[in-house]
Design a protein around this ligand. Structure first.
Ligand code: 0RQ
Length: 501
């Protein structure tokens, strides 16, 4: 049975192929999608075919692609393989597109996720020609039930000249009521405080609004989200989780946090998953989350009662996680809220709620500058995502990583970070399997000692001690944050030349 009950929208029902004809060369296209959830499943594939056909005719056809965050092989991947993307923002994790970004074919604007919508509203990104947004249903009055992510959909629907909707029957119809879409955002100088004082408070509406006159096509689909598998936590991830949990206990004992902690934000990836699994095995209970992505481990926490409730902008589940969620969907209603990413990641809210932020990193330097995005200073991995939104504004933030990468060829603790996403002024705690460095209130020199002694791998520790010792001695009048400039990035250079730091 159709889920398009609105008569005007029903009159626009068509094929993905026809819908894709509303997108032309040079258009900026705002698609739904966040960590592989809620992205359009049919139109990107049809658009890629149109682009390939144009290229075969010798015509130029590329689009600017804007989303919530990462999508999937049948969205980012298929458009990248067709060489159909000129510009991409604000986040990508697709390997094909990553390669095109790193070869310079695609311009990539790696932006804070809380900023994307407002940059667009400010007019900094140019005009949005088309929105392609997946929803769960279109109600008789034209209101839209969002799907498994909200991301930037509100902004794309508000701002696009033309709108294509994908109504996906695979998404559970019971999603109605899981969302809180805030429509009170205004431009400076007319902004008002966001009236949200707890992770689960509602400040918006359960539906996305759309102007039916701008909807040029509606496509019905029945296709699953990307649903990445999670591997069970390895030994290193478990050690990182243990250090972090011990530290949280310590903070509770010191009276700096209530026993039920403060709202948690957790990045994606295996280390983040291990930390959440560790929480589930711990004595902590009655927790909340104010985060971006709800991964499988968050469902475990909700099932066991360790987590009372969670606010996010998206799911990021495995197939097994989706099956579990669908089975018990009514039990999750009221305990899970999905918001726009400008709200889930809003600096005002993260600061007010006192969020505990936990994110992965590529490397940290001895002073606490963190690189989340670039391998050897140059090649993008994914992007900053929400890690900057949460880190800068958190009550307490953690960066997590094994102390080495690539079988020990790389130290993730280096003399100088080869790219900086989070500065020494923002970063509170660094955790590797070796231990945990609490940097709060420390001078740069003390931070360096702590990071080297607590976090660096033993096979690199002596070299780091040697570096800082010589840096201090070399320039006695420049000892606040001492560096040997001709050597600071030599570890990275050595890796580039020899394959080992
Ligand atoms: O490479 O897959 O080829 O083996 O990076 O590393 O250790 O599996 O860790 O999955 O947690 O990812 C920073 C990338 C860490 C992630 C990053 C290589 C390593 C491996 C993955 P392989 P791990 P994770 C919420 C918040 C930015 C966005 C963010 C990330 C691969 O956490 O993208 O935080 N963060 N968003 O071998 C070379 C190093 C390396 C290295 C690791 N120093 N040099 N390669 N790797 N360290 C989500 C959103 O905002 C949407």
């Amino acid at each position: 049975m159709t889920r398009v009950s609105c008569p005007v929208l029903r009159s626009r029902l068509t094929t993905a192929h026809e819908a894709a004809t509303h997108i032309g060369p040079g258009d900026n296209v705002g698609m739904s999608g966040f960590t592989g959830a809620g992205y359009p499943k049919a139109v990107p594939v049809a658009l890629a075919a149109r682009i390939r056909a144009a290229h075969e005719r010798g015509e130029d056809f590329r689009i600017g692609l804007w989303t919530g965050a990462s999508t999937a092989p049948d969205a980012d991947g298929v458009l990248a393989r067709a060489h159909g993307i000129s510009t991409r923002l604000p986040y990508n994790s697709d390997p094909t597109l990553r390669d095109l970004i790193n070869t310079g074919e695609v311009d990539y604007v790696d932006a804070h996720l809380s900023h994307t919508a407002q940059q667009m509203w400010f007019g900094f990104y140019g005009r949005l020609n088309v929105a392609v947004v997946e929803v769960t249903a279109a109600l008789p009055d034209g209101l839209l039930v969002p799907s498994s992510s909200v991301g930037n959909n509100k902004t794309w629907l508000d701002q696009a000249d033309r709108i294509v909707l994908e109504v996906n029957r695979w998404q559970p119809r019971e999603f109605e009521g899981f969302h809180d879409v805030y429509y009170g955002t205004a431009l400076p100088p007319h902004r008002r405080p966001l009236q949200l004082t707890g992770p689960m408070e509602r400040i918006g509406e359960p539906y996305l609004r759309v102007d039916p006159e701008r909807v040029v096509a509606v496509v019905e689909t029945d296709a699953p989200d990307r649903n990445s598998p999670f591997s069970p936590p390895g030994e290193e991830s478990r050690a990182i989780a243990d250090h972090l949990l011990d530290f949280l206990r310590h903070e509770v004992r010191a009276g700096r946090m209530p026993p039920e902690l403060l709202p948690l934000q957790s990045g994606v990836g295996n280390v983040a998953n291990a930390v959440l699994a560790g929480l589930d095995d711990s004595e902590f209970t009655g927790l909340t989350a104010f985060t971006e992505v709800l991964q499988d481990a968050m469902l475990d926490l909700l099932d066991s009662g360790t987590l009372r409730a969670a606010s996010a902008t998206s799911f990021g589940l495995s197939d097994e996680g989706v099956a579990r969620f669908m089975d018990r969907i009514d039990a999750y209603k009221g305990r899970i809220l999905l918001r726009s990413e400008e709200i889930s990641n809003h600096p005002e809210l993260i600061r007010r709620l006192g969020v505990i932020a936990m994110n992965g990193m590529i490397e940290a330097d001895i002073y606490g500058h963190v690189n989340s995005t670039h391998v050897m200073g140059s090649a993008i991995m994914n992007g900053i995502g929400g890690s900057g939104d949460f880190t800068r504004n958190a009550y307490l933030n953690f960066f997590l990583s094994p102390s080495t990468a690539k079988d020990g060829a790389i130290s993730t603790i280096v003399p100088m970070a080869s790219h900086v996403d989070h500065t020494e002024h923002d970063v509170h705690v660094i955790v590797t399997e070796q231990g945990l460095a609490d940097l709060r209130g420390l001078s740069p020199a003390d931070r360096a000692d702590r990071i080297i002694e607590c976090c660096a791998h033993p096979s690199y520790r002596e070299a780091l001690r040697d570096y800082i010792g010589r840096a201090k001695a070399a320039r006695p009048q420049a000892r606040h944050t001492p560096h040997l400039l001709d050597e600071a990035l030599s570890w990275h250079q050595r890796f580039v030349e020899t394959g080992h730091m």
